[in-house]
Design a protein around this ligand. Structure first.
Ligand code: NIG
Ligand code: FE
Length: 423
C-alpha cells in the first residue's frame, strides 16, 4: 500500500470540477463537476494525489491522517478573484445616505465614496492595515475561501498605493489565505486631481506604473493592473493608454467595466488580452460576443448590485450562450459590497444571474482560479493541484446556493493541512 499524508474517506460526493482542455469551463461546458459518489481524496506533499471511490482508495493507500467525511460533500476551496482588500475604516454612513436616496456615483462625485476610504487608508500604517484586514481574511477562510485576489486603489498616490501592496504581503505572511495582488491606482480620480483626469492618467503612466514595476522586480511577483473604466471615472481612451503602458512594463490586465454604463471596456479588455473583465452588468451585446471569441474571463459580482439595492445583474446566460467563460467573486469592499462569503455570492448568482448550483460552484472555484491566472495550481481537485479542500456540512453540494445566511463549510484544508474545523 502506498503511504500518503491525508486521506478523506466516505464523502457522499467529491466534486472534482475538471478543467476543459486545461482551461476554464466555457459556455455550455460550465457546471461539469466530475462528481464521484461515495468518494475519497488522497493528499500527498500538500497536493491532490488521487480522487475516486472510497472503496478503491481505501485499498490503495495508508495515511498519516485520515478524515472520515461521514457522508458529507467535498469540494475545492473557493477562489475569490475580485476583492478590494486591504482597506481601512468603514462607510456605514454612506449606506445610510443611499437608503435615503443618494446614488453611489452621486456620493462619489461629491467627494465621498472611494475618496472617503482613500483618506482613511493614507493615514493608516501597515500595522493598522494588517490589524483591520486580518479578521476579514479569517472570516473568508472560515467561509471556505482558500485563495483570493486583492487590489490597491485606496491610496491614489504613489507612496500609499505601494504601501497597500506591502500590506498585502504582510497579510499573506500571517494567515493561510493566499493573496494574488492587483495594482489599481486608476480606481478613482483623487480629490487633488479633480477636473484634471488626464493629468492623473499621466501620473499613473509616468510614476505609479513604474513604481509598481519596481515592486514586482523587488519581490519577484507579477502584478495585475486594473482600471475602473466607467462614465465619470476613466473613459476607454484613458483606460487604453494606461493598460498599454502596463503591458509594456510586464503587468497582466484586469478591468472594472460596465458596472453602471456600457462604455466598451470589456471589448477593450478582450482586445488587449486581459485575464479578466469584471462587473459586466450593462455590457453591450458586441462586447458579450467578443468575450466568446477571446480568452478574457467574465467575472460576475452579484453581491454588488445586491449591496447597492439595484435590480440588474451580470447577464450570465447571454455570456454563456456566446461561449464566454464566467467566474464569480465577492467584490468585497467597504463601499458597495461588504461580503466575505463566496457562499452568499453563489446564492445570489443562482437567483439573479440564473445559474444552477453546479454552474455557480464551477464559476466560484475552477473558473475563479483562471480569472487570477492560477487555474493550473488551484480551483479543482485534479491530481497535482494544491490540496485546498472543503468538507461541507451537508451531503449534497446543491445545498450551496439553495441555503444562504448560514455557513455550510465544516472543514477547511489548505495545502493539505486542516486549518479550520467549524465543528
Ligand atoms: O468594484 N466600482 C469601483 N470599485 C468598487 C467599489 C469600491 C468602493 O466603493 O470603495 C467596486 O464596486
Ligand atoms: Fe471592484
Amino acid at each position: 500500500m502506498e503511504q500518503v499524508d491525508l486521506l478523506i474517506l466516505n464523502a457522499s460526493q467529491v466534486c472534482v470540477i475538471p478543467s476543459e482542455h486545461g482551461g476554464p469551463q466555457r459556455g455550455s461546458g460550465l457546471g461539469e463537476l466530475g462528481l464521484v459518489e461515495n468518494g475519497a481524496v488522497a493528499v500527498k506533499n500538500g497536493r491532490i494525489h488521487h480522487t475516486g471511490p472510497t472503496t478503491d482508495l481505501q485499498t490503495r493507500y495508508t495515511a498519516v491522517q485520515t478524515i472520515d467525511a461521514n457522508g458529507r460533500a467535498v469540494i475545492p476551496g473557493f477562489v475569490d478573484p475580485h476583492t478590494h482588500l486591504p482597506w481601512f475604516g468603514d462607510r456605514a454612513h454612506e449606506f445610510e445616505m443611499r437608503l435615503a436616496g443618494a446614488s453611489y456615483m452621486e456620493i462619489m462625485a461629491a467627494g465621498g465614496g472611494i475618496m472617503n476610504t482613500v483618506r482613511q487608508a493614507r493615514q493608516a500604517s501597515i500595522d493598522d492595515l494588517v490589524a483591520d484586514n486580518l479578521p476579514r481574511l479569517q472570516r473568508m477562510l472560515a467561509h471556505g475561501t482558500t485563495s483570493t485576489e486583492a487590489k490597491t486603489g485606496y491610496g491614489l498616490d504613489t507612496a500609499t498605493e505601494i504601501k497597500l501592496l506591502d500590506a498585502m504581503l504582510a497579510l499573506h505572511a500571517v494567515q493561510p489565505v493566499e493573496i494574488t495582488p492587483t495594482f489599481l491606482p486608476a480606481h478613482a480620480v483623487p480629490a487633488e486631481y479633480q477636473g484634471r483626469t488626464n493629468e492623473y492618467v499621466d501620473l499613473v503612466i509616468n510614476d505609479m506604473l513604474p513604481a509598481g514595476a519596481e515592486w514586482m522586480t523587488q519581490h519577484h511577483i507579477q502584478l495585475f493592473f486594473d482600471v475602473f473604466c466607467e462614465a465619470g471615472v476613466f473613459d476607454v481612451p484613458q483606460t487604453r493608454r494606461m493598460m498599454e503602458t502596463a503591458v509594456t512594463l510586464g503587468y497582466r490586465l484586469k478591468i472594472h467595466a460596465d458596472e453602471f454604463e456600457g462604455l466598451g471596456g470589456t471589448k477593450l479588455a478582450v482586445e488587449l488580452g486581459a485575464v479578466s473583465a469584471d462587473h459586466l452588468v450593462k455590457t453591450p451585446d458586441a462586447d458579450i460576443a467578443a468575450l466568446g471569441q477571446g480568452q478574457t474571463i467574465a467575472v460576475g459580482l452579484p453581491g454588488t448590485p445586491f449591496g447597492l439595492g439595484h435590480q440588474e445583474y451580470t447577464p450570465a446566460k447571454k455570456i454563456l450562450a456566446g461561449g464566454g467563460a464566467l467566474a464569480l467573486a465577492t467584490d468585497l469592499n467597504p463601499g458597495t459590497c461588504w461580503c466575505e462569503s463566496m457562499q452568499m455570492v453563489i446564492a445570489l448568482a443562482c437567483r439573479y444571474m440564473g445559474l444552477t448550483q453546479a454552474q455557480a460552484l464551477a464559476a466560484a472555484t475552477l473558473n475563479a482560479a483562471h480569472a487570477i491566472g492560477r487555474g493550473h495550481e488551484i480551483g479543482s481537485l485534479e491530481p497535482g493541484k494544491q490540496a485546498d479542500i472543503l468538507i461541507l456540512d451537508t451531503p449534497d453540494y446543491r445545498q450551496l446556493g439553495y441555503r444562504f445566511g448560514t455557513n455550510l463549510v465544516n472543514t477547511v484544508i489548505k495545502k493539505g493541512k486542516v486549518t479550520i474545523n467549524n465543528e
